[in-house]
Design a protein around this ligand. Structure first.
Ligand SMILES: Cc1cc2nc3c(=O)[nH]c(=O)nc-3n(C[C@H](O)[C@H](O)[C@H](O)COP(=O)(O)OP(=O)(O)OC[C@H]3O[C@@H](n4cnc5c(N)ncnc54)[C@H](O)[C@@H]3O)c2cc1C
Length: 398
């Protein structure tokens, strides 16, 4: 039994599985072709309490912690969903936490905030205007950090915000933004010092403000049901009330919330691996070559055994690190290692699962084909494998 298995989490797993079976699986192929998931899906997931997992009830969430969130993420994929679906439906998991934490700082930390002692006067308002409606499934949010000039170097952000009375005037552009087409608002990292100075602030920018343009829908190798956008800002006037926390606390806020995002991506990686093991086992039992099922051949059984071992080892390690994060331990290095371990396991397992499916594995009709394409982003998003290695090397004192 896993360390995260409790009777409550088994119920959560059941709820997630029935949601995916009823509301997702009949439509997922259509959404992959359409390039996005419908808004109605957010409302349905919200009604079941799934969107609010990991957010306190005081801000409209369903309660629960990081391990509950991991349980939901894992089960979405193991029930036949995909990491692309997780990215599209749970984008709020990266768009909202900074707001919740900042409001917590204002109210004495009761919401888990640690963003400094001079929060923005707007922080409480952000909860009502953005957090509650998003967790209720009536708004969609996105997080915009990456810019055309680079994503790994967060401190090098060049989108600027110049204070002008009660507003900031924002200029610059962002790219590869998940749910950027559908989003009603974008939690945006801007530079409030001179461009590239690393003095970052987070602003919530409403879709539709003059000068805010959502560019073309980016076409991708995988994550087809998740819309990805370029955004540009030309003299966009954003009210100061839309600032999250104090000015120049953005870099710290982004780094603090990377742990949850990286563990989510690690979960998507090992869960994709687990799902692909299941698909491969089923296939190898049914498929006969030279008069015998594939699974009867020792070389195939050993390959499946190794795939299963990799997926389970990654799962155990991610759970261990997530448990330590949930307990408040500062385990930045371990989070980076967990992401890399899970992504490496996923890369190997999806490749071998597709190979075992033969020609069918290469067809759009095969679920394993989607996982193979979807998996490639997991070592890029939320900090690349190389950037994780940099963090690990620093943790080793190198
Ligand atoms: C489908 C998709 C969805 C995304 N969603 C979002 C989103 O919602 N919000 C958002 O803000 N961003 C998002 N991203 C962006 C993603 O986080 C970045 O692509 C990622 O952080 C890498 O940044 P980059 O693409 O600019 O690569 P670069 O930073 O230009 O890096 C290029 C290569 O160089 C390597 N590299 C960089 N620096 C070093 C170094 N010091 N040492 C060794 N190697 C190095 C990198 O590992 C990488 O292999 C998304 C990307 C994709 C593809």
């Amino acid at each position: 039994m896993s360390i995260v298995d409790t009777p409550e989490r088994r119920q959560l797993r059941e709820l997630t599985r029935s949601f995916v079976t009823r509301e997702v699986l009949p439509h997922l192929d259509d959404w992959e072709r359409a390039g996005e998931v419908p808004r109605a899906l957010h409302a349905t997931a919200a009604k079941l309490g799934l969107l609010g997992i990991g957010f306190p009830e005081s801000v409209g969430g369903s309660g629960g912690d990081l391990l509950d969130l991991i349980t939901v993420t894992e089960e979405v994929i193991r029930s036949g969903g995909s990491s692309g679906l997780v990215a599209a439906l749970f984008t709020h998991g990266i768009a909202l936490p900074h707001m919740v934490a900042a409001a917590g700082a204002r109210t004495g930390g009761s919401l888990g905030g640690r963003l400094g002692s001079t929060p923005s006067p707007g922080d409480d308002g952000l909860i009502d205007r953005y957090v509650r409606p998003t967790l209720a499934g009536t708004m969609i949010g996105a997080l915009a950090i990456t810019e055309p000039d680079g994503g790994s170097d967060v401190a090098g952000i060049r989108t600027t915000a110049r204070r002008d009375g009660d507003h900031y005037v924002v200029n610059g552009s962002k790219t590869y933004i998940t749910s950027g087409h559908r989003a009603d608002f974008v939690t945006t990292a801007v530079c409030t010092g001179f461009s590239g100075s690393g003095e970052l602030t987070l602003l919530v920018i409403d879709k539709g403000l003059p000068g805010f343009t959502v560019g073309r829908r980016l076409e991708k190798l995988g994550w087809h049901c998740s819309d990805t956008a370029e955004l540009s800002f030309a003299d966009v006037r954003v009210p100061v009330a839309n600032r999250i926390g104090a000015e120049n606390t953005g870099f710290l806020a982004i780094m603090q919330h990377f742990a949850a995002e990286r563990l989510s991506l690690a979960t998507q990686a090992y869960a994709t691996a687990q799902r692909c093991v299941e698909l491969a086992v089923r296939w190898c039992r049914d498929r006969e070559t030279f008069g015998r099922p594939l699974a009867s051949r020792q070389v195939v059984r050993h390959r499946l055994a190794e795939m299963h071992t990799r997926a389970e080892a990654a799962r155990s390690y991610v759970h261990e690190v997530a448990t330590r994060v949930a307990a408040g331990e500062p385990v930045v290095t371990e989070v980076a290692m967990a992401k890399n371990v899970a992504v490496a396991a996923c890369d190997q397992v999806v490749d071998q699962a597709l190979q075992l499916h033969g020609g069918f594995g290469y067809l759009r009709d095969a679920e394993v084909e989607r996982h193979y394409r979807d998996a490639r982003i997991l070592g890029i998003g939320g900090g690349t494998t190389e950037i994780m290695n940099e963090i690990i090397a620093k943790g080793m004192g190198l």
